[in-house]
Ligand binder design. Structure first.
Ligand SMILES: CC(C)(COP(=O)(O)OP(=O)(O)OC[C@H]1O[C@@H](n2cnc3c(N)ncnc32)[C@H](O)[C@@H]1OP(=O)(O)O)[C@@H](O)C(=O)NCCC(=O)NCCS
Length: 190
């Protein structure tokens, strides 16, 4: 079926989540990441980590069916008191039957807009270099003086990306740290 035809069949809407959505969120993550329990655990823990706040968590629905989820949690610069608000995007998940229909892109755009409303100045992501630049992320954030929480191998340096969300984002630079539960080396190994 042609992409444009499939799009018209879907009635996708996106909304912010609350505590009652936890099971739906984890089911989407588990299905999209094909039973990768590390991602499921990370998502669940981030949603209750006070150091992740303020966070933005969005679910995409086809009618009543949850089909995608995106989470943005707080990032900071090491050693900077009263750091301007910044976020990191992780994870992003769309269940397989709904992939390649623009839902991931819709979630990213909607999330970045929510971050702007919150007053967030920058967003970081570690992920696929063919995907996130479509939504404004610039590869190799370390080259822009924002080293990742853990060292990224040289061959993967472009996967650590950043974008400014406001016209004049703070000029303060430095090592990025994220919510406590994400500050584990295993989440940064590749
Ligand atoms: C990655 C993911 C969220 C994309 O969601 P989606 O709704 O399919 O994305 P969109 O429809 O907006 O965009 C699809 C495009 O992204 C590309 N894309 C998807 N996954 C990709 C990947 N891992 N690397 C590079 N490109 C990718 C597709 O090839 C497609 O490209 P095309 O438009 O040229 O055909 C979804 O595939 C997913 O949940 N994957 C499993 C979990 C995962 O890997 N999450 C991302 C962690 S960084």
């Amino acid at each position: 079926m042609a992409e444009s035809t499939r799009m018209t069949l879907r009635n996708i809407h996106i909304r912010e989540t609350s505590a009652i959505d936890l099971n739906a969120i984890l089911a989407v993550e588990r299905t999209a990441f094909i039973d990768d329990e590390e991602v499921v655990t990370l998502t669940r823990d981030l949603l209750t980590d006070p150091t992740a706040e303020p966070l933005v968590s969005l679910l995409a629905f086809d009618g009543e069916t949850p089909v995608g989820h995106i989470l943005f949690t707080k990032a900071q610069i090491v050693g900077v008191d009263r750091c301007p608000l910044m976020h990191i995007l992780a994870p992003l998940a769309v269940i397989p039957d709904y992939q390649k229909q623009g839902i991931g892109g819709k979630l990213i755009r909607a999330g970045l807009e929510k971050l702007r409303v919150l007053g967030s100045e920058r967003c970081f992501v570690i992920g696929h270099m063919d995907y996130y630049p479509r939504y404004g992320f610039i590869p190799d954030a370390a080259a822009q003086s924002f080293p990742a929480p853990y060292p990224i191998p040289e061959k993967d340096k472009d996967a650590w990306m950043v974008q400014d969300l406001v016209e004049k984002a703070t000029e303060i630079k430095g090592q990025i740290i994220c919510a406590d539960v994400m500050m584990k080396p295993e989440y940064w190994k590749e």
